[in-house]
Design a protein around this ligand. Structure first.
Ligand SMILES: [Zn+2]
Length: 170
C-alpha cells in the first residue's frame, strides 16, 4: 500500500498530503527537506530511498486557504453523509440535496438552506417547508468551517504517521 506524505510550508503550516511519487519529485528538485520518514523504502534507478512521511518546503509559499465554496462535495462533507431529517447514514444514489425552503417558494441555494437528505425524506417533504411537512431539520445548517484534516480523512483512508500529530490539529 502506498503511503501519503505530509507537505508542510517553510513556516511549518500543513499544506497538503501528497503521493510518494510527487514527494520524490520535490525531493530531487531540491525543493524540500525531509523531516521524518516511513519505515518503508522505495527502490528507484539510483538506489533505495526511504519514503518520507513529512516534507518541509525550503521556501515559503502563500498558504492554500480552505475556503469552503458552495458545492455538493462540501455539503456532504459538512453533513457527514447523514440525512438531516431522519438521521440515517446515506450512500450512493440515495443521497440527495434538499432545499429546506423549496426554490419554488423563494429558497436559496446556499449553506444555510441546503442539507443532505435521503431520497425518501426528500420525496416525502416535496415542495413543502419543514413546518408544513412536519419534518424539522436536525440541526440549523451553517457554512462549514473545515479543519485541515477534514479535507483529507477519506483520502488518507486510515493511513497515519505518528509524527504528523505535531503539525496537524485534530
Ligand atoms: Zn432521511
Amino acid at each position: 500500500m502506498s503511503k501519503f506524505v505530509l507537505l508542510i510550508n517553510f513556516n511549518y503550516e500543513p499544506l497538503n498530503f501528497i503521493t510518494e511519487k510527487r514527494a520524490l519529485k520535490l525531493y530531487f528538485k531540491n525543493k524540500v527537506d525531509v523531516i521524518s520518514n516511513w519505515q518503508q523504502g522505495i527502490t528507484y534507478s539510483g538506489g533505495e530511498f526511504k519514503i518520507p512521511s513529512i516534507l518541509k518546503l525550503k521556501k515559503y509559499i502563500k498558504r492554500y486557504i480552505h475556503n469552503p465554496i458552495y458545492s455538493k462535495y462540501n455539503l456532504v462533507l459538512r453533513d457527514k453523509s447523514i440525512c438531516q431529517y431522519c438521521n440515517k447514514l446515506i450512500t450512493g444514489k440515495n443521497l440527495t440535496l434538499d432545499h429546506i425552503i423549496p426554490i419554488s417558494r423563494g429558497g436559496k441555494s446556499n449553506y444555510t438552506n441546503v442539507v443532505v437528505s435521503c431520497f425518501n425524506c426528500n420525496n416525502n417533504k416535496g415542495n413543502r417547508t419543514p413546518e408544513e411537512s412536519n419534518m424539522p431539520v436536525l440541526k440549523k445548517p451553517e457554512k462549514p468551517n473545515f479543519s485541515f484534516i477534514d479535507y483529507f480523512e477519506d483520502k488518507l483512508n486510515g493511513c497515519w504517521h505518528e509524527d504528523w500529530k505535531d503539525y496537524i490539529p485534530r
